[in-house]
Ligand binder design. Structure first.
Ligand SMILES: NC(=O)c1ccc[n+]([C@@H]2O[C@H](COP(=O)([O-])OP(=O)(O)OC[C@H]3O[C@@H](n4cnc5c(N)ncnc54)[C@H](O)[C@@H]3O)[C@@H](O)[C@H]2O)c1
Length: 334
């Protein structure tokens, strides 16, 4: 049995607690939240679980092996550092930290103490992303050309982060997982309209081998859209996460240049074949992810969504912020 503490029972915390509760090898020992209403909700639902206002009571508790940190981004570093110092494995919400320097410090600390870090990239565990990863690994799409995503809706406005730090970690983590290349540079533009942080932004990410990605994130859209296009030399796909069935559609479409002798002699063949929608696994992503975290702890193995993957995404977010401040000047990723 692995004994868990959870810090933060606001919007996302209840999903973490419910899914942890569903993992057989887990016992939830304590939930901490500063808010009295959140504590009341937690206590009403999980009788027998200790509920406290003090995160450090959970962190220093000797009957806890691992802690899920489900609080706003700016609190992650302090809580995660204290948890690692107290010998706890940590499951940290996305984005991992507010800066790359903080992420590096946590990674080093975890390595010294032989503890696991997992960053919650829920999407990587969805049937859709798992299938897309499989298709790419099997070479079904051919050489990858682009990743193009639109992730927009009205709200939820965050107070501590802009729309890039709120919504783009989803796409950046998916790209980090799917594209087997290290991003080189980012160009980002965005605008602030209401509460002093950018509420709409456009990111372009350059990868080696002519792969390009574009992400459109927006809190001011009248409709919710969660659509990603992924184009390859052999096939192209559309992932519409709001579709009930057939979220991923693969198109046997493409373009082939058959003769390159001069611009006027270009012979372009357009291929337009079948479309098919693969069967996707239905299991709840968070449940799979938390089960995998427990496995990793038990086996002493780093998960693929570990601190290092958290750091890679934070570096992209920092580069995007830097570019956005300079109205789209290119920002290189170290
Ligand atoms: N993986 C996902 O799909 C997903 C979805 C939503 C949110 N998130 C992430 O989850 C985190 C939390 O987001 P949210 O929307 O639930 O925020 P929220 O503001 O709704 O909830 C955060 C809770 O943490 C509590 N809290 C803050 N500091 C605390 C402290 N030091 N000790 C104890 N309690 C404290 C607050 O009282 C609040 O109840 C963020 O990092 C966000 O990016 C991830």
């Amino acid at each position: 049995m692995l004994k868990f503490g959870v810090i933060g029972y606001g919007y996302w915390g209840p999903n973490i607690v419910r899914n942890l509760d569903g993992v057989e090898e887990v016992r939830i020992q304590a939930i901490a939240d500063k808010s009295a209403t959140a504590r009341q909700r937690a206590a009403a639902k999980y009788q027998g679980v200790r509920v406290t206002a003090d995160a450090f009571e959970v962190i220093s508790s000797t009957d806890i092996d691992a802690i899920a940190i489900v609080t706003p981004v700016w609190t992650h570093f302090e809580l995660a550092k204290a948890a690692l110092e107290n010998g706890k494995h940590i499951f940290v919400e996305k984005p991992f930290t507010s800066t790359a320097v903080q992420a590096e410090e946590l990674i080093n600390l975890a390595a010294q103490k032989n503890l696991q870090i997992m960053v919650d990239y829920t999407f990587l565990f969805t049937g859709a992303v798992r299938k897309i990863k499989q298709l790419l690994q099997e070479g079904k799409l051919g050489k990858l050309y682009y990743y193009d995503s639109i992730r927009v809706n009205l709200g939820l406005f965050q107070h501590d982060v802009n729309v890039v730090w709120d919504l783009a970690p989803h796409d950046l983590s998916i790209m980090d997982h799917l594209i087997a290349e290290k991003p080189e540079a980012i160009v980002a533009t965005g605008q602030t309209h209401l509460n002093g942080v950018e509420d709409i932004a456009f990111l372009t990410v350059y990868f080696p081998n002519d792969i390009i990605a574009h992400i459109n994130v927006n809190w001011l859209s009248p409709v919710k859209i969660r659509t990603t296009l992924i184009g390859g030399e052999k096939k192209m796909l559309v992932w519409n996460d709001l579709e009930a069935d057939e979220k991923v559609k693969i198109y046997d479409k493409g373009v082939e240049i058959t003769n390159r002798e001069g611009v006027y002699n270009l012979l372009v063949n357009y291929r337009s074949g079948d479309m098919w929608a693969p069967q996707l696994e239905q299991a709840e992503a968070l449940r799979l992810e938390l089960g995998y975290f427990v496995d990793c702890i038990v086996k002493g193995q780093a998960p693929f969504n570990d601190g290092a993957s958290g750091l890679r995404v934070v570096k992209m977010l920092e580069a995007a912020s830097q570019s956005m401040r300079r109205r789209g000047a290119i920002s290189y990723i170290q």
